[in-house]
Design a protein around this ligand. Sequence first.
Ligand SMILES: C[S@@+](CC[C@H](N)C(=O)[O-])C[C@H]1O[C@@H](n2cnc3c(N)ncnc32)[C@H](O)[C@@H]1O
Length: 238
Amino acid sequence: MSDRELRLQPRLQRIADCVPQGTRLADVGTDHGYLPVWLIQNKRISHAIASDINAAPLEHARRTAELYGVDDEQLELRLCAGLEGYAPNEADTIVIAGMGGETIAAILDAVFWLRGGDTVLLLQPMTKVELLRRHITENGFRIISERLVLDKGVIYTVIEAISGTGQKLSGAEAWCGVGLENDPLYGEYVSSRIRKLEDAAAGIRRGKNANLPVAEALESNAAELRIKLREWENADRK
Ligand SMILES: C[S@@+](CC[C@H](N)C(=O)[O-])C[C@H]1O[C@@H](n2cnc3c(N)ncnc32)[C@H](O)[C@@H]1O
């Protein structure tokens, strides 16, 4: 093991904090490999598979491992799309982070074996998080918890999900997350989601052939979130 100490940016550190001690980890779309290398270097796990759809990121991950003294028995690098190069039960915890919500949803949809198993998923979408929450809860998964993190002025969520059915999300949950009310960043997160909805609606209204029903639906979502935020703020003050 090298004396060099890897430091993670807040987004990746938040994900790392959610990884169970001693788990068999798969990091899908690893890119630089910082997450699995940090977890191994800090003895949180002893082995991980880090995969990517492109060869160049895997080479980056190989260099990271080398720099921080992680060997190829501890970190196995794998070139594959999503989970297609994995066998069922190779990992107890699967991280899919730093990609768009639609890409993450497509990766989960492409393998049958995740449904019915007990693999823990840690999903950290960069965009379309509302779409991902809805998609997974309507397609064989349950959201167990979420945690927020602020990194370079943006609030990200880390979604923990497992196989399961029957979870019906409200509009507010799809937009603002599940069980986040006690997270210190919750108020700020809901405000940022309201701004996003209102900006999107205003953008549509400014367009030439404005699709008014879509703008109205976004504004109605924003109004619902404003009520939720006010209720949360009042409850918070008691
Ligand atoms: C922005 S990086 C995120 C890296 C890291 N997971 C993080 O959160 O910082 C996205 C990585 O995902 C990889 N990627 C994109 N689509 C993928 C897919 N379908 N399967 C596997 N890797 C994918 C890209 O090649 C890239 O290296």
